[in-house]
Design a protein around this ligand. Structure first.
Ligand code: ATP
Length: 301
């Protein structure tokens, strides 16, 4: 009977948390531990990562049958590299992230991590290798400590502490009368966008994955907080294969490679300097964003 009620209970919990808007998509998938879109192949092996390379090979994908979003996309992220994906709204940037985390399977083509097709390995082993820092970091209605430790089952107090330090949220936590035991969310402390983001980064550090998926989230933050968070993310992503979805080009100018996605196709790719020289879509987007930020700073004066 308990077995029977557990999923219902879980769903109730998911429903409540979603309603409260304090849960992220990855966490939700972990919680219900079932997946309507994708299934493990029978006797699928675990993903084993020695060199965390990512390859998309001619990936075609659409959410609906008659509307293709990614139209034969190929690219590679070498182990330890930082690759940023940019492109107009609706180009398919977040879709790439969702496919890499295997919320969906491609209609054709393959996605490989360290040479292994991610559709052929267990979802659990795949997701254990990827840390997501999402656009809107959302937290459980639990203590700050719980929210950080959630990154990995069995995380120790020392690990949680070290992660909080590395993500620069420790001084803030130490100033709270109840420290790591402080409840967050509706029942407790309301965290700012930047603080939530730091808790999410700490959670990812506890997980300690070889691959990082960053969904740039800077629109909600003021520019000083944004710069601080970016510096933290930079430190955290050293030595990890990082795929960053970026909206503001200024934040990714030093990426090893920038992929410019346009209508589900790779329109351009190269370093910031190379793409500027090319004078194509990236150069155009860069010029527009520069003009916008100049206009903003003039308006602020
Ligand atoms: P943005 O910069 O605005 O976040 P994006 O490049 O990340 O855009 P995606 O979120 O990948 O774009 O979406 C690509 C296209 O897929 C869009 O046209 C969007 O409407 C569509 N799409 C996204 N999610 C779904 C979904 N769950 N069901 C159906 N269509 C979807």
């Amino acid at each position: 009977l308990i077995q029977l009620f557990r999923p219902l209970d879980m769903l109730g919990m998911v429903y409540r948390t979603v309603r409260q808007g304090i849960i992220d998509m990855a966490a939700m998938f972990d919680l219900i531990d079932t997946d309507v879109e994708v299934r493990d192949a029978p006797s699928a092996p675990a993903l084993v990562v020695k060199r965390p390379t990512i390859s998309f090979e001619d990936v075609v994908f659409g959410y609906e049958q008659d509307r293709t979003i990614l139209k034969g996309l190929s690219f590679e992220v070498p182990a330890g590299n930082h690759v940023a994906i940019v492109g107009p709204s609706g180009a398919g940037k977040s879709t790439i992230a969702r496919l890499l985390f295997r919320f969906y399977d491609p209609q054709s083509g393959r996605i490989l991590i360290d040479g292994q097709d991610i559709a052929q390995v267990t979802q659990k082993s795949l997701r254990a290798q990827i840390g997501i820092v999402p656009q809107d970091s959302v937290l459980f209605n639990e203590s700050i400590g719980y929210n950080i430790a959630y990154g990995r089952e069995g995380a120790t107090e020392e690990e949680v502490n070290a992660a909080a330090q590395a993500s620069a949220i420790l001084p803030f936590i130490e100033r709270l009368p109840q420290g790591f035991d402080t409840e967050v969310g509706e029942r407790g402390l309301k965290l700012s966008g930047g603080e939530k983001q730091r808790v999410a980064i700490a959670r990812t550090l506890v997980k300690n994955p070889p691959i990082l998926l960053l969904d740039e989230a800077t629109s909600a933050l003021d520019s000083r907080t944004e710069q601080d968070i970016l510096r933290t993310l930079h430190r955290v992503s050293e030595d990890r294969t990082t795929l960053a979805i970026a909206h503001r080009l200024s934040t990714i100018a030093d990426a090893d490679r920038i992929l410019v996605l346009d209508q589900g196709r790779l329109a351009e790719s190269g370093t910031h300097a190379q793409l500027l020289r090319q004078g194509g879509l990236y150069a155009e987007m860069w010029a527009r964003q520069q003009a916008e930020s100049e206009a903003e700073s003039e308006a602020a004066e």
